[in-house]
Design a protein. Structure first.
Length: 668
């Protein structure tokens, strides 16, 4: 318990000290304490101590004080052209206080940045600024920490900085600062890393109205994977050689540097490796990125069969059936030339567009079938799924898109039997993707069907648009390039605990983000294999597994995905004490809080002892003993939360009450 209390006091002390510092954004204004002679002075300034025989009157001086400056917004625009990154920063500081503020502006430079071009503009006027070496910046950082009691800048020791004087900011006034600098980004085995120092935002006294980062990438070699371990970004590919990445948030206090990795390769499928190993451990962690070209030659497009199974029971009447029609039109209008398709509508009866799969050029005819869909009747999920399998071809990749808004109400209604019946007739070429519309669906049934048939489940919540979600999903999976993927490493590396399980298929414009653990180290071969229309495909790459060090975000990302996987196993297949124990140990070790493990932040819990963790595991076993709800809002919430963990590209953030008790440092 003493260990826990000491940790809590240390964190609380750090937070308390950070309040007294300067106004932070990605750049920092260090305000000068007001100096005045005679008085009166603005609070919290104090008069000088009494002095006899002073040659001149002493000045009123202010002790360290809470700055009235806040950040109104900051926007970052980045262009990366052939590995030369030009970063433009636009930020506005506002003086919310009652007295004038001036000071020094400091911008911590990205790690290992080699600045080739630099300019700084304040309110439209170019100003002189100095680029400081890491040693010069260290002196400034140490002075701030010592004088202002602000530990934040200790994180930037070892970085250079930009320094400039800031003109006085009157009460209520704003100061706009723009910075632009260029740097060359090194490539490591075709993987390029861009970093932007956003982390200092977490020490701002107030939330920032608007934060945005926009990155435009151009490359002579084809872009493959584009991945951010720090932020949930939106990626848009503009062909194979250009892409846009964006992040936006409002009323936030960003707490992490912005990190972006992207890979370039002349191969059809690019593969890159990141690793991390603690010096004190025999096991390390790795992240593998695999991505094909965005644009695939027509001769390499895999012909596929698409079967859409749509619920037209009475509960689908109105807006749902209208949106379902739009979704169906999108799918049949975006088939590839050699694809085949069919449509099955179901309620208590089954009706198909055709008695067999039809070629893509029949899509116009199928639209009339879609337009005539009318919602009525009950819901026979079992029969509809079996009908879809009966139309499939065992020799071609088959995508079944299953859309329903209700529970099975006629025919076979036992969810376990429905899963079993489908399992008996399906084949390895089938991928089943389920869409639950609204909250009155059996989320456990839909998740089991998708998970056991190499697909994913998605949910359209009240107020969301079914046609938009289905069309967005289909756009991602419309062009498969590699199925039944397997990864194999050289003899000197043993990999384990791989997530996701099983590995998904690769589609044009998509990417695989796989995490796992490893033993061994050094250069090794990495084999990527799969099948295309029944024909085996194999690719070989070279990677290097570190013996120590690396990217310390990987362990928490691995733990996030594993916890999501374990929680989902409990929800779908029932309680397992050993699984619960694993969840508790991972949660304590990596500081990952979920709705199912919120007990970890109870004040009376001594999570640093084995006995304390076992007590928490026992408590969790009791909480999880009751069967998870299969339908309703809570069931859909659980399905989405665990899907988010299982497929996370960033480690689970620490938010809410947990943020007051847990601090993440590196991989701990």
């Amino acid at each position: 318990m003493k260990t826990r209390l000491s940790l809590a006091l240390l964190i609380a002390l750090s937070l308390a000290l950070s309040i007294i510092g300067p106004a932070f954004a990605d750049g920092i204004i260090i305000p000068n304490p007001p100096i005045c002679k005679g008085g009166p002075c603005p609070p919290p300034c104090l008069p000088p101590p009494p002095c006899q025989d002073c040659p001149v009157p002493l000045s009123y001086r202010c002790p360290p004080f809470n700055t009235p400056l806040r950040v109104k917004y900051h926007h970052v625009d980045v262009t990366i052209d052939q590995q030369v990154a030009t970063t433009h920063i636009d930020q506005v500081f506002v003086n919310d206080g009652s007295y004038q503020v001036e000071g020094t502006y400091v911008f911590p430079l990205p790690i290992d940045a080699s600045i080739s071009n630099f300019s700084m503009i304040v309110d439209g006027q170019k100003v002189e600024a100095k680029i400081l070496s890491a040693d010069e910046a260290r002196s400034i950082y140490n002075d701030i920490v010592r004088q202002r009691r602000d530990p934040a800048l200790l994180e930037y020791i070892g970085r250079g900085a930009v320094q400039a004087s800031v003109f006085p900011i009157d009460p209520g006034a704003e100061r706009r600062i723009e910075i632009e600098y260029s740097q060359v980004l090194p490539a490591n085995g075709g993987l390029i890393h861009y970093s932007y120092p956003l982390n200092t935002e977490k020490f701002s006294a107030r939330t920032i109205d608007s934060v945005s980062i926009s990155v435009k990438i151009k490359s002579n070699d084809a872009l493959k994977a584009i991945y951010s371990p720090s932020h949930d970004v939106s990626v848009t590919h503009n062909g194979d050689f250009a892409a846009s990445v964006s992040y936006e948030a409002n009323n936030v206090l960003p707490g992490k540097d912005f990190e972006l990795f992207y890979s370039v390769s002349q191969q059809d499928i690019g593969l890159n490796l990141l690793t991390y190993k603690d010096r004190s451990s025999d096991q390390g962690f790795f992240l593998l990125l695999a991505a094909p070209n965005v644009q695939v030659d027509a001769t390499r497009v895999v012909p596929k069969d698409v079967i859409v199974v749509i619920d037209k029971s009475g509960s689908m009447d109105g807006e749902k059936i209208d949106q379902a029609r739009k979704a169906l039109r999108y799918v049949i209008d975006h088939l590839n030339p050699d694809d085949r398709f069919n449509i099955i509508s179901f309620s208590d009866e089954i009706r198909s567009y055709a008695n067999q799969l039809r070629s893509a050029n029949n899509a116009p005819e199928a639209r009339s079938f879609v337009d005539q869909l009318v919602a009525d009747g009950s819901t026979d999920i079992n029969r509809a799924l079996l009908e879809a399998v009966s139309l499939s071809d065992t020799e071609r990749p088959t995508t079944i898109i299953f859309i329903t808004d209700g529970l099975p109400t006629t025919g076979e209604t036992d969810p376990a039997r429905i899963v079993s019946n489908f399992k008996q007739v399906t084949h390895k070429n089938i991928r089943l993707f389920t869409f639950g519309v609204g909250d009155d669906v059996n989320a456990i049934l839909l998740d089991q069907l998708a998970q056991e048939n190499r697909g994913v489940s998605a949910y359209v919540r009240p107020g969301q648009s079914l046609d938009e979600i289905v069309s967005s999903f289909y756009a991602k999976i419309s062009t498969p390039v590699l199925a039944d993927i397997a990864i194999k490493f050289g003899d000197n590396i043993t990999a384990s605990d791989l997530y996701p399980q099983p590995l998904p298929d690769l589609f044009a414009g998509s990417q695989l983000v796989m995490v796992g653990r490893y033993t061994g180290s050094g250069p090794t071969s990495i084999g990527l294999s799969g099948s295309v229309t029944g024909q085996s495909q194999a690719f070989t790459y070279e990677g290097n597994f570190a013996s120590a060090g690396g990217d310390d975000f990987i362990p928490r990302l691995w733990a996030t995905r594993k916890i999501g996987y374990l929680l989902n196993q409990i929800r779908l297949y029932g309680e397992n004490k050993e699984v619960v124990d694993q969840i508790v140990n991972l949660s304590v070790r990596y500081g990952i809080i979920t709705p199912y493990t919120s007990f970890l932040i109870q004040e009376q819990a001594d999570v640093f002892s084995q006995a304390g963790r076992q007590a928490l595991a026992d408590e969790a076993n009791k909480a999880l003993a009751a069967p998870a709800p299969s339908s309703g809002g809570a069931a859909v919430d659980a399905a989405q939360a665990q899907q988010s963990l299982r497929s996370a590209d960033q480690a689970a953030p620490v938010t809410g009450q947990a943020a007051e008790q847990i601090k993440i440092v590196g991989d701990r």
